[in-house]
Ligand binder design. Structure first.
Ligand SMILES: CC(C)(COP(=O)(O)OP(=O)(O)OC[C@H]1O[C@@H](n2cnc3c(N)ncnc32)[C@H](O)[C@@H]1OP(=O)(O)O)[C@@H](O)C(=O)NCCC(=O)NCCS
Length: 217
């Protein structure tokens, strides 16, 4: 993969333009055109799973190598038909409906286009999330693209997708010491509702639960 530095995302590319300072990022539905940049990011150390980290990244590289179409098909799974979800303690849980979008800069086939990943999960009947699902939305930005406002913009862009799927109160959880994520949530109108215990499968780690209301005030 390329060792070249990525463009100075969200800075030089917006300088002098209306809305300068806002990230020009968009969310894309992952497709074959986006895959080379995504694979390169995994190889460079990005993981879409901030709990299972490098292990999850390696699993994805293997899935992409063996069946890229099946890998891409799972990026939109409104029935929760995909394989069971692996938990940090090694157990599995049934999958619920979900989708994943990639944060993207530039054209669809841009070699350095992949910036980060954001996932949305929901229940079919609008019932509360099962306890092992830590929020409706999860996101991660590649380390070399962090601190340019991309996660803040990506969360704003995913909220309409949540509304379209009937989610009115978007839950997002984070670690108490993840100040970057807390800022991302708060910048999008998140209200801290509770500190909680993530439960046995997460080693009883502490979490903070935020809610973003999508109902008009
Ligand atoms: C959390 C994360 C997604 C933030 O992505 P990002 O694109 O860098 O976020 P933004 O640029 O939108 O930054 C949001 C705010 O956090 C601040 N911030 C970003 N990284 C920070 C850091 N390492 N330390 C302190 N503040 C940080 C930014 O300065 C910004 O603050 P501002 O609004 O006052 O300017 C990214 O750090 C990441 O991928 N971390 C690993 C995975 C993770 O923790 N995911 C969230 C799980 S809930």
């Amino acid at each position: 993969m390329s060792g070249a530095s990525p463009p100075a995302a969200g800075t030089a590319s917006t300088a002098g333009m209306p809305g300068a300072g806002l990230s020009p990022l968009r969310l894309v539905r992952p497709s074959a055109a986006h895959l080379p940049s995504y694979r390169a990011a995994l190889e460079r150390g990005f993981s879409p799973d901030n709990i299972r980290g490098a292990v999850a990244a390696q699993e994805q590289l293997e899935q992409i190598a063996s069946d890229p179409d099946a890998f891409l098909a799972l990026m939109d799974d409104p029935e929760g038909a995909g394989p069971p979800v692996k938990m940090p303690d090694g157990t599995t849980r049934p999958r619920i409906p979900g989708l994943r979008r990639w944060m993207w800069l530039g054209t669809d086939d841009a070699a350095e286009g992949f910036v980060g990943s954001i996932g949305l999960r929901w229940t079919k009947d609008g019932s509360p999330l099962p306890p092992h699902v830590l929020g409706h939305v999860g996101y991660a930005v590649a380390p070399w693209y962090q601190r340019h406002g991309h996660a803040t913009r990506a969360l704003a862009l995913v909220l309409p997708l949540a509304a379209e799927r009937g989610v009115r109160a978007v839950e997002i959880t984070t670690d108490p010491d993840n100040f970057a994520s807390r800022k991302v949530i708060e910048a999008n109108g998140g209200r801290l509702v509770e500190a909680f215990d993530k439960g046995e499968v997460y080693g009883h780690a502490a979490g903070l639960r935020y809610v973003i209301s999508l109902d008009p005030p």
